[in-house]
Design a binder for this molecule. Structure first.
Ligand code: LHQ
Length: 262
C-alpha cells in the first residue's frame, strides 16, 4: 500500500504489515489512513478469507508516534479528540466490522494504541518475546482506540485497570494465562505458526465465520433474548450458503469438507 504499510494477498490470506521498524512501527496519520485502506481492500476482495495484522522488525507497534503529537497539546492543528475520531477510531471500527477473521500476529511489543490495535483483532497469536503495555499512562493519557472496552471484557476490570494505571509490561506468557492471547509460540516458529493458523482460518466457511463475528459483537451488548433471536436470524443466512451444504454433504459422505467461502 505504502512504504510504511505493506499489503499482500496469498492463498486467501491478506497480510497487512506495519513497516516502520526503526521506530517500532509507531503510527503516523499516513500509516493510519493506509491501514484503513488496506482493511477495506481486504474486505472487498472475495479472494481474501482471513486478514493478518503484524509488524516488521522487533515490535508489533509502539502506538501513536509521539514525535508527531508534539504541538497538538498546545492547541495547534486538530485536537486529540478529533484526531482519534478521524484516524484510530475508524480503523478500530473497521477491524471489528469486517466480516472476515482478523488474526493479530503479535511479533513483539504492542504498546499504547498498538496494544489496542492488537486487542481489536479477533484472535491473537503472540511470539514468546512479545508483550503488551498500556503505555498511555506513561504519557499522562487515558487508554484509547478501544482499550477501555476490550481489556475489561477480556481479562476483567481489576486486571485491566491495573495494567492501565501502572503501564506495566505484560509478557506474552502472562497474556496467555489471562486469556488475552490465543496462542504463544517460540520466536523461531512464529512465521510458520502464523501462516498455518491463517490458512486454517482462510479455509473455513467464511460466511459463517463472518456472521459469527457479527453475532458475538452484537451479543456483547445485548440480552440473552436478543442474542437468541439474532442467532436464529443469522442461522437463516448461514443455512443458505454453499458451505453449509458442503459441510453437511461431507459429513454424510464421511470425507473432509472443502469450503469455498460462499
Ligand atoms: C517511538 C515510539 C513512539 C515515536 C518507540 N513514537 N517513536 C496518543 C496521542 C494522541 C492520539 C492518539 O492516541 C494516542 C495513543 C497512544 O498510543 S499513546 C502511547 C504512545 N506510545 C508510547 O508511549 C510507547 C512509547 N515507547 C516505549 O515506551 C518504548 O519504545 C517501548 C517500551 C515500546 C519499547 O522500548 P525499547 O525496546 O527500549 O525501544 P526504544 O524505546 O529504544 O525505541 C526504539 C526506537 O523507536 C527509538 O527511536 P531512536 O531513534 O531513538 O532509536 C524510539 O524513540 C522509537 N519509538 N516508540 N510511540
Amino acid at each position: 500500500m505504502t512504504e510504511h504499510i505493506l499489503y499482500g494477498v496469498a492463498d486467501g490470506v491478506a497480510t497487512i504489515t506495519l513497516n516502520r521498524a526503526d521506530k517500532l512501527n509507531a503510527l503516523t496519520d499516513e500509516m493510519l489512513s493506509s491501514l484503513r485502506r488496506s482493511v477495506r481492500a481486504a474486505e472487498k476482495d472475495d479472494a481474501v478469507r482471513c486478514i493478518v495484522l503484524t509488524g516488521s522488525g522487533r515490535a508489533f507497534c509502539a502506538g501513536q508516534d509521539l514525535a508527531a503529537v508534539r504541538g497538538r497539546e498546545g492547541g495547534e492543528g486538530v485536537g486529540f479528540r478529533e484526531h482519534l475520531e478521524r484516524t484510530y477510531n475508524v480503523v478500530i471500527r473497521e477491524l471489528r466490522s469486517v466480516e472476515k477473521p482478523v488474526l493479530g500476529a503479535v511479533n513483539g511489543v504492542a504498546a499504547g494504541a498498538g496494544a489496542s490495535l492488537a486487542l481489536a483483532c479477533d484472535l491473537r497469536l503472540a511470539a514468546e518475546s512479545a508483550s503488551f503495555i498500556q503505555s498511555f499512562i506513561g504519557v499522562g493519557l487515558v487508554p484509547d482506540s478501544g482499550s477501555t472496552w476490550f481489556l475489561p471484557r477480556m481479562i476483567g476490570y481489576a486486571r485491566a485497570f491495573e495494567l492501565a494505571v501502572t503501564g506495566n509490561r505484560l509478557p506474552a506468557a502472562e497474556a496467555l494465562a489471562l486469556g488475552l492471547v490465543n496462542r504463544v509460540v517460540p520466536d523461531a516458529d512464529f512465521s510458520l505458526e502464523v501462516r498455518s493458523y491463517a490458512l486454517q482460518l482462510a479455509n473455513a466457511p467464511t460466511r459463517a465465520v463472518g456472521l459469527t463475528k457479527r453475532a458475538m459483537n452484537r451479543a456483547m451488548g445485548s440480552t440473552l433474548d436478543e442474542a437468541l433471536a439474532y442467532e436464529a436470524q443469522l442461522q437463516e443466512v448461514a443455512g443458505s450458503t454453499r458451505d453449509h451444504r458442503e459441510g453437511v454433504s461431507a459429513f454424510l459422505e464421511k470425507r473432509s469438507p472443502t469450503f469455498e467461502g460462499r
